[in-house]
Design a protein around this ligand. Structure first.
Ligand SMILES: *Cc1c(COP(=O)(O)O)cnc(C)c1O
Length: 467
């Protein structure tokens, strides 16, 4: 692959243009304050239209996207999103709406909210949803505010603790803290599931509720969920479900039936909105019937969330229909188990057994370490995958394992793609065993090899300075 690294300013040639404007027939404005007038022309790149098109098209290809390759990013569900949903979201009749328009002119949009509310309620077993939150974490905060409101309304002011398993997504304890609640961690057993005996020790009248995701972050189904929910309910707490990753459950199991009272979904993960680069998102929050009033009192955004994302989700659900939604669950679980079984003789699988939509390896079985040469790490494997045209899985998360590699293939990949990924992962394992030093420098074929990720995030260079 050829990469073009010239910056657009370096392509600039004096007097070259990519446009022609009509002759200006208006006189220059007079009387503008001196200080507000520009003294010299702005320094903009002077380039032709083909230069601009090639420049930005090439830039777009320097990044990795699900439209160019397999992207097995655990806990993030980077599945293929059907293009028709983009077309629907871009239709002028939807894209041109303004939230302050008269209700009589926005009946179609209201119908979308109503229809999606009904569909999500049915998929999850909740009673009703709010579409205000604009991300998963925003939904968690909203849900916890509802939880707090519920206890306050009952005059139950002493409930400040939220129980979170040690395998939880980092946003769970963070949202509870932001909501002013106290986070209490409950340990997992060696089999990766919540230690119910340890949980019992924590339950008293200071508990506001428990946050869980099921299947949990290790991709394992919490098979004692019924018991856990009834223990938390018995002590007066509520059950919060982190439904960011609804793929494995869709059409098969419902959080409402597992005993959860409040939940959020990530429409941008499960329901067909591309979400690399951090947005836009939508984290609708659903509640059981007894919490309907509390939901009505919480407002977390100016209007009604990210309508474009909501629209894509509704189109996606209607297009799949009931039967095909259930296949999302089945296929995503099948794909994850297939990849796991085909790789577990070369990668360390700390918790064996059937998984749901994702699973976690703890690095390589043979990392090639020997005298003077450190072994290949999870980071090395992740970087090497780029040389073979695959995005890395999620790495070093969850924190339960030191070399975590979290793989989520999703339901949208063909067996051929999965087989090719398996082949490459095995090849990398063999490379690690024979030549780990080569992996320390990977990737070898990308325009940027290994940036200092902390510096890149803390000190981004966003401005071109003319030399
Ligand atoms: C992605 C994710 C979140 C957070 O969602 P954002 O939209 O990134 O805020 C929360 N929980 C789990 C399990 C997730 O995978």
């Amino acid at each position: 692959m050829k990469y073009y690294n010239e910056l657009i300013f370096e392509l600039s040639r004096k007097g070259r243009t990519g446009y022609s404007l009509p002759v200006n027939r208006f006189p220059a404005a007079e009387g503008l304050p001196e200080g507000l007038c520009r003294q010299s022309a702005p320094e903009l790149p002077e380039v032709s239209e083909p230069d601009v098109v090639r420049h930005y098209t090439n830039l777009s290809q320097m990044n990795f996207g699900v439209d160019t390759g397999f992207y097995p990013l655990g806990s993030c569900t980077m599945k293929y999103n059907p293009k028709i949903n983009e077309e629907i979201a871009a239709m002028p009749s939807f894209a041109g709406l303004h939230p302050l328009m008269h209700a009589g002119l926005t009946k179609g949009a209201l119908e979308v909210y109503k229809g999606l509310n009904r569909a999500l309620a049915e998929i999850t077993g909740m009673y009703t949803f709010t579409f205000d939150p604009c991300a998963g974490a925003h939904g968690e905060l909203t849900g916890l505010m509802i939880m707090r409101q519920y206890h306050m309304q009952r005059g139950d002011y002493g409930r400040r603790k939220v129980i979170v398993p040690d395998s939880a997504h980092g946003t769970n304890p963070a949202s509870a803290a932001v909501c002013g609640l106290e986070v209490v961690e409950v340990k997992s057993l060696p089999d990766g599931r919540v230690d119910v005996d340890a949980l019992k020790e924590l339950l008293d009248d200071t508990v506001a509720g428990m946050m869980m995701t099921n299947p949990n972050t290790l991709g394992l189904f919490e098979n004692r969920i019924g018991e856990i929910a009834s223990l938390v309910h018995k002590c007066g707490g509520l059950m919060y479900y982190d439904g960011a990753n609804m793929n494995p459950l869709m059409g098969v199991v419902r959080p409402g039936d597992m005993g959860f009272d409040i939940m959020h979904l990530n429409l941008h993960k499960t329901f067909s909105t591309p979400h690399g680069g951090g947005g836009p998102g939508s984290g609708p929050v659903g509640v059981a019937k007894k919490l309907e009033d509390c939901l009505g009192e919480i407002r977390v955004s100016g209007f009604h969330g990210n309508f474009g994302v909501i629209l894509r989700a509704y189109a996606y659900i209607l297009m799949l229909g009931r039967q095909n939604l259930a296949k999302v669950g089945e296929y995503s679980v099948l794909a994850a188990n297939y990849v796991k079984e085909c790789l577990k003789d070369v990668y360390k699988l700390p918790i064996d057994g059937p998984c749901k939509h994702e699973f976690v390896f703890d690095g390589l079985l043979d990392d090639g370490a020997r005298e003077g040469v450190p072994g290949a790490t999870t980071l090395d494997v992740a970087k090497r995958l780029l040389d073979y045209g695959f995005h890395a899985p999620t790495i070093y998360f969850p924190l339960l394992f030191h070399q975590a590699l979290m793989i989520e293939p999703t339901e949208t990949e063909s067996k051929e793609t999965l087989d090719r990924f398996i082949e490459v992962m095995r090849k990398i394992a063999a490379e690690a065993a024979s030549d780990p030093a080569m992996l320390h420098d990977a990737p070898h074929s990308t325009p940027v090899s290994r940036p200092d990720e902390t510096a890149a995030a803390r000190n981004p260079i966003l401005r071109y300075v003319m030399s």
